[in-house]
Every structure is written in structure tokens, then in C-alpha cells.
Design a protein around this ligand. Structure first.
Ligand SMILES: O=C(O)CCC(=O)C(=O)O
Length: 254
């Protein structure tokens, strides 16, 4: 992480990574996401939510190794590790498809993390990485966030707004397919309504510390855990939750 990236992330609570995926890599990830979506749509027993405001393919890493490998992508994972530390692990992962012309947002203003007993303005407990698979403009249903809000005290009273866009100070996370961004899970954020004619597609990877529990329903399958162990890669193993509950850390250089 460069000094500029560190300063931007620490002060704003988020960081953009333009062109994280490009060319053949973006094509491959999109093909993998399309195939995952088709399988998920065809089998209602597969986990996720199916509503008029969001199609949520839960745990896309289980569908295709190209979606799995984004967890340790060289353009984003080193940034996450740099911010969270060597005890980084995976908390959850999703593929969100926001249908065109949604009647309302699928996620109002919220923080992802608010653990009791933690002074959040000084902590980084979770970091979320978003990979855009479609171009996201101001009306495409993208993420909105309030820069710097991860530093506000836990009892800070944000105004209540009917429209996500009316939150004072909010910034829309627009971008092109292949762009990525990451944010501190404490930042105040929401999803905008998709007022465009095209679906908004985004892959989301959430990271925390190794001692934190994986979100229920996102525990990696035995297949992925065995694959990670067989790879001999300490990064993969740790991201799949394999290691000692306390004191687990990636070795320098891994
Ligand atoms: O769809 C979005 O951009 C919002 C996602 C969100 O609120 C979250 O991941 O907590």
C-alpha cells in the first residue's frame, strides 16, 4: 500500500482501485459469474435471496475457481492485508445483481460492524472489497457512502432520509466494469436504487480478523478447505479459516 493509498483509506474510509480487472481477466470473471447466476437461478435450493430489489448469489466462491481466486487478487488482497493485518481471513462473499428499475433500495444506510465493547472509530474489524462487473453510473444502483464516517463516534446520529441520495455528504461509488473499491466495514453506507435499464452486477468479498467467526452460511465447504490445504499456500488456507483460533498470522512474504 502506498502512502497515498494509506492516507486516503485512513481518512476517507474507502479506496478506489480502478481497472483492477481488465481484458481477458474481466471476461473470465464475468463468464464465471454468468454461469454461477444461471446455476443459482435454476436451483431454488441454492442459498441467497431472490427479491424484486436484489438477486443475491450467496458464496460465489463455491461456484467457480475464478470467483474464488478474487479473494486473493494481487490488486486488492495486499491492500486488505495491509489494512487489517496478517491475521486477515474471509468473513463472507456475495454476488449481487440489482435488477433494472428497482422499486426501492435493497440496503438502506448502515454500518457493517458494530461489535459491543469495541471503540470503532479507532478499529478496523472488517474490510469489504467490491469488484464491478457492470458499468455503474449515478443511477445504476451502486454503493453510496459517507467519507470519513468510520471515525464518527458510535452514538453519532445520522439524519433519517427517504432517498439514499439525500444523506448529507454521501458519495456514489460509480465506476466501470473491472474497477474495484474497498471500504472499512464501519463506514456508513447504503445501496442506491437502480433507476437504469440495466442490471447492476458486483462481486463482494468481506474480510476480518482470523479470530472472528465467518458469517453464518458462508463457511467454506470441505471441498474448498481441502483444496486450500492441498495448495500449500498459507494465504488460501488462512482465508478458508484453517489455522489456530488465536495467534494465527500469515508469514512475511506469503
Ligand atoms: O449493494 C451495495 O452496494 C450495498 C452493499 C451493502 O450494503 C453491504 O454490502 O453491506
Amino acid at each position: 500500500m502506498t502512502d497515498a493509498q494509506r492516507i486516503l483509506f485512513e481518512t476517507n474510509g474507502f479506496l478506489r482501485v480502478p481497472g483492477a480487472l481488465s481484458g481477458a481477466e474481466l471476461d473470465g470473471v464475468r463468464a464465471a459469474a454468468d454461469a454461477a447466476e444461471a446455476r443459482w437461478r435454476a436451483d431454488a435450493s441454492l442459498p441467497g435471496s431472490r427479491s424484486d430489489v436484489l438477486l443475491q448469489v450467496q458464496a460465489p466462491i463455491e461456484y467457480d475457481d475464478r470467483l474464488l481466486a478474487l479473494l486473493w487478487h494481487p490488486r486488492t488482497f495486499p491492500l486488505v492485508r495491509s489494512v487489517l493485518g496478517d491475521d486477515v481471513s474471509m468473513i463472507d462473499n456475495d454476488y449481487f445483481i440489482t435488477p433494472p428499475r428497482t422499486p426501492r433500495t435493497h440496503a438502506g444506510w448502515h454500518h457493517d460492524v458494530g461489535m459491543h465493547g469495541v471503540y470503532h472509530p479507532r478499529s478496523v474489524l472488517m474490510v469489504k472489497v467490491f469488484f464491478l462487473l457492470s458499468d455503474v453510473g449515478a443511477d445504476s444502483g451502486g454503493t453510496a457512502l459517507v467519507p470519513g464516517s468510520h471515525r464518527l463516534p458510535p452514538d453519532f446520529a445520522f439524519p433519517t432520509v427517504d432517498d439514499v441520495r439525500d444523506m448529507p455528504g454521501m458519495v456514489p461509488m460509480c465506476g466501470d466494469a473491472g474497477d474495484a473499491y474497498l471500504f472499512n466495514g464501519r463506514i456508513y453506507h447504503a445501496a442506491q436504487n437502480n433507476e437504469s435499464d440495466t442490471p447492476r452486477r458486483v462481486l463482494i468479498y468481506n474480510y476480518g480478523h482470523f479470530w472472528m467467526k465467518t458469517w453464518q452460511g458462508y463457511e467454506p465447504s470441505e471441498r474448498l478447505r481441502a483444496q486450500a490445504l492441498a495448495s500449500g499456500d498459507p494465504v488460501r488456507a488462512q482465508l478458508m479459516g484453517i489455522g489456530d483460533a488465536y495467534g494465527q498470522r500469515l508469514p512475511a512474504g506469503a
